[in-house]
Design a binder for this molecule. Structure first.
Ligand code: ZN
Length: 103
């Protein structure tokens, strides 16, 4: 890959550019904000936020609820987050119903 700062070719798994020292791997290694398929209560928005920020999901739900009741922002933000946040990618298990047929 290329360093976004100096444009030089660097190792694909490099976290810091060897030429200019700028951090390059952060965006690649960073967790994506997705809605997990398992453990969600409504749409998994709170669970996704909890996993992203590495905090307790109960705390997120509580905070979201409090903010919703106090300001109403959460009530608007939840459906928006629901639409904007992608579903967690399906785990790559053997596809059900797909059979490999010999020609
Ligand atoms: Zn660089």
């Amino acid at each position: 890959m290329y360093c976004n700062y100096c444009g030089k070719v660097i190792q694909d798994d490099a976290a810091v550019c060897a030429y200019c020292g700028i951090r390059v791997g952060a965006s690649v290694a960073r967790k994506r904000l997705v809605r997990p398929r398992l453990g969600r209560k409504i749409a998994g928005v709170c669970l996704g936020c909890a996993e992203y920020f590495d905090i307790d999901v109960t705390l997120v739900r509580l905070m979201w609820l409090v903010v919703s009741l106090m300001t109403g922002v959460g009530l608007i933000a939840y459906p928006i987050a629901w639409i904007v946040m992608p579903d967690e990618p399906l785990l790559l298990t053997a596809p059900v119903g797909v059979r490999v047929t010999n020609p």
